[in-house]
Design a protein around this ligand. Structure first.
Ligand code: SF4
Length: 313
């Protein structure tokens, strides 16, 4: 079976030569489709609207490899990854192919996440029974308005129903809903969406919008760091059962961290959010601009910078 693999993951396995400041702690795989994904998401290089090279996801190259080759390399490097993340694309038969991939991958006895668009409940149950312990859902947009504007497949309601069903199958806090900050949502929309997702029993994994040349959103700027930091603080508060509105407030249509909040207590908010072991180094980042910190040591080194980005320190 052919798949795409994030170049950093291949480097950890010794399958490509690449120097990295921080290594990925998850093996990131993407379902292969020659024509890319049949969906039309305006931000994604895999979408059928995109003129960007199919090798890209966000800004990172994902070369095509045999799943067998990846698995053999992984067998000779036990402990290289804490988790495997297999992301689907929409193409004929993608659900069955995903199930087959999970059958192979589960032999490695490493926790597996599947990131997918809505699929029928029996498929979720099948994945769960084959050993998948976490589900990622690319809702991406923080409101029905933005969902429509960026041409997500299915409907907002279908995604929300799917998230509810996924929580029922995988359990509370085991469904990680991907939200992209900076797609044109207001701060209030983002906050409300996150609050709702936590009420449903889901978790949120935050991504920063990253423009990719050749996609319809190639000219949209990345979100301001102060807004992103506030989104991280709000998400972290929600994941700890706290009221995010005590820590962040609306500001110029976006969000900012409230004056006086002790950021030392929120340090972990700035680490990459998602399934355990998922650090996604350099998905949204470029040198000198880090949205999600992929390691505690990098966050420690850049802590003063983070404080200055929040704005009040
Ligand atoms: S949070 Fe990370 S490991 Fe989990 S589904 Fe999303 S990308 Fe995959």
């Amino acid at each position: 079976m052919l798949v795409r693999a994030a170049i950093g993951s291949l480097a950890v396995l010794g399958l490509v030569d690449l120097a990295m400041d921080v290594e990925p702690t998850t093996l990131y795989l993407l379902q292969y489709s020659k024509k890319g994904c049949l969906a039309s998401c305006a931000f994604c290089p895999q979408s059928r609207l995109s003129r960007a090279p199919r090798e890209l996801v966000s800004r990172i190259p994902w070369p095509v490899v045999e799943l067998d080759a990846v698995m053999s390399a992984l067998r000779s490097k036990p402990g290289a990854f804490k988790r495997i993340c297999f992301q689907t694309v929409i193409k004929p038969g993608f659900e069955e192919e995903c199930s087959r991939a999970v059958e192979f991958l589960s032999r490695l006895e490493i926790p597996i996440s599947i990131a997918t668009t809505p699929v029928p409940r029996h498929l979720l149950e099948g994945l769960r029974s084959k050993g998948v312990d976490r589900l990622g859902v690319g809702l991406d947009a923080a409101s029905p308005r933005v969902f429509k504007a960026v041409s997500k497949p299915h409907s907002w309601e279908a995604y929300i129903e799917f998230i509810e069903e996924a929580v029922a199958v995988f359990g509370s806090r085991r469904v990680h809903v991907h939200l992209i900050v900076g797609l044109g949502e207001t701060g209030e929309e983002l906050l409300r969406c996150m609050e709702h997702l936590y009420v449903l029993g889901a978790e949120v994994a935050l991504f920063a919008f990253t423009p990719v040349k050749g996609t319809p959103l190639e000219d949209r700027p990345q979100p301001p760091l102060a807004y992103y930091r506030a989104a991280q603080v709000a998400r972290y508060a929600l994941s700890r059962g706290l009221d995010p509105r005590e820590y962040v407030e609306p500001f110029k249509g976006l969000l900012r961290v409230r004056r006086g909040v002790s950021l030392e207590e929120f340090k972990e908010a700035f680490l990459t959010s998602g399934c355990p072991g998922c650090n996604r180094p350099f998905y949204n980042e470029r040198p000198g601009l880090t949205y999600n910190y992929p390691s505690k040591s990098l966050l420690e080194r850049e802590w003063d910078k983070v404080l200055s980005q929040v704005g009040y320190q």
